[in-house]
Ligand binder design. Structure first.
Ligand SMILES: Cc1cc2nc3c(=O)[nH]c(=O)nc-3n(C[C@H](O)[C@H](O)[C@H](O)COP(=O)(O)O)c2cc1C
Length: 167
């Protein structure tokens, strides 16, 4: 079973979620007696989703939107995505006030599911403008990603794939 995990990330924390998902999905499928080939890639480096049995696509949220590398992949490969199981995720919220309800990916009809993960805010890696913007928004510095949440989501993906291995 070939699985693609693609992420769009500006400062690396969403890419790290993709890497954790890759490891967890690999071990979760092996535990279910399925030998997977899991490719973890930057969305920017994905030339096609053809050949994959399932796709997991995630992006960091900036100013209420996915990064362009992720939306470009969807726009380009929509037909192919609609023909295979796709899981979407976003990573962002760093303040309790962050409201992602308007994010268009939350109710994407062709995806199995959309999952929201917390984000990470490290002021030392931000650009000057980003630092001003996050200070103005009173965003909280810290890492709000939950390894347990990521592992649990990976496990639910494995359960679905194992139940429908030939989809
Ligand atoms: C300038 C800026 C704007 C952001 N805007 C949002 C936002 O609108 N909604 C949200 O949930 N998170 C927002 N975030 C938080 C990021 O999504 C979060 O830091 C994420 O973990 C970054 O992922 P990355 O390291 O993969 O780039 C913003 C962060 C920055 C620096």
């Amino acid at each position: 079973m070939r699985i693609l995990i693609a992420t769009a990330s500006k400062h690396g924390s969403t890419a790290e979620i993709g890497e954790q998902l890759g490891r967890a999905i690999t071990s979760g499928l092996r535990a279910r007696n399925i030998e997977p080939q899991v490719d973890v890639k930057k969305a920017h480096d994905v030339h096609t989703v053809e050949g994959y049995d399932a796709v997991v696509l995630g992006s960091a949220i900036y100013l209420g939107k996915w990064l362009k590398d992720a939306t470009r992949l969807v726009d380009r490969d929509l037909d192919a995505l609609q023909k295979r199981p796709v899981w979407l995720f976003s990573s962002g919220p760093i303040t309790p006030g962050d409201n992602a309800d308007n994010l268009k990916w939350i109710n994407t009809p062709w995806a199995v599911e959309h999952h929201m993960f917390g984000g990470k805010l490290d002021p030392s890696v931000l650009s000057f403008t980003e630092r001003i913007a996050t200070r103005a928004a009173k965003a909280t510095e810290g890492d709000f990603r939950s390894p347990e949440d990521i592992a649990a989501w990976a496990d639910s993906i494995c359960s679905t794939l194992a139940a429908h291995p030939h989809r």
